[in-house]
Write a protein that binds this ligand. Structure first.
Ligand SMILES: CCCNc1ncnc2c1ncn2[C@@H]1O[C@H](/C=C/CNC(=O)c2cc(-c3ccc(F)cc3)cc(O)c2O)[C@@H](O)[C@H]1O
Ligand SMILES: [Mg+2]
Length: 214
């Protein structure tokens, strides 16, 4: 039977990158998506903005919503200090299986916990199941109509603290109008927009960085 795009992306990683070298994994995925098949990874341009936000923050506890093939998981985890932890939620079993192999190939499995399941089910269980008090950094890149409800859920579950940074992908394309309106008008957030481009294209897109004020 025909392979899937995530399977072909994994093959490209295993063929064109060095095991244990996260940067080579990132470059192999970017090359595959730019020259072979487009895929919805945050990409190299927005990825550099993601890198700078993570590096400046040096987070200990990170949550990612929507793993897909693990590209942004690898980008974030490679920058985390020893002892820091990234929990990434992915509810599609096929994507989760690919992402696990990409993360393992990059040699980052010790920093990453991939949880197969829906954000709505797992956000309320972060404290009792993973012993997480609050997150320092959250990367939102899952279904766009879930950014706002999941952000409100994280607030309600007490998972955000004064200074927690939310970084949201695709705030222009495909767009998350309800989420943007919320974080830009709420007195509980200080929000700013990083203008960029949709991964591997010339279309406008960007990241919204929102600091929770408590
Ligand atoms: C119950 C659903 C909500 N909870 C969830 N919990 C856990 N994982 C969830 C998830 N929702 C979605 N996911 C997973 O996240 C991923 C979904 C990402 C959705 N992303 C996009 O649609 C997207 C789409 C584009 C895009 C832009 C332009 C275009 F022409 C075509 C596509 C670009 C992007 O950067 C994107 O991120 C999948 O792996 C999916 O299985
Ligand atoms: Mg995205």
């Amino acid at each position: 039977t025909k392979s899937t795009r995530p399977q072909r992306l994994l093959k490209a990683v295993q063929k064109h990158s060095t095991r244990g070298d996260p940067q080579s994994v990132i470059s192999a995925i970017d090359h595959f998506c730019r020259h072979r098949e487009w895929a919805m990874n945050v990409g190299d341009e927005k990825g550099s903005i993601l890198d700078s936000v993570v590096s400046e923050l040096n987070p200990e506890k990170v949550l990612e919503l929507g793993t897909y093939c693990g590209y942004s998981t690898v980008r974030i985890a490679r920058l985390l200090p020893p002892g820091a932890r990234l929990i990434t939620l992915e509810f599609n079993a096929d994507y989760a299986a690919i992402a696990r192999q990409v993360i393992a190939w990059a040699g980052l499995e010790d920093k990453v916990q991939l949880v197969e399941g829906a954000s709505g089910d797992w956000i309320p269980r972060m404290k009792e199941h993973f012993g997480i008090e609050t997150f320092d950094f959250v990367f939102l890149d899952h279904w766009k109509d879930r950014y706002l409800p999941d952000t409100k859920l994280m607030e309600d579950c007490g998972l955000l603290r004064k200074g927690t940074v939310l970084l949201a992908d695709n705030v222009i394309c495909p767009g998350v109008p309800d989420y943007l309106e919320y974080v830009r008008n709420s007195l509980s957030y200080k929000s700013c927009y990083f203008k960029s481009h949709l991964e591997y294209t010339k279309a406008e897109d960007g990241l919204e960085k929102s600091v929770f004020l408590g």
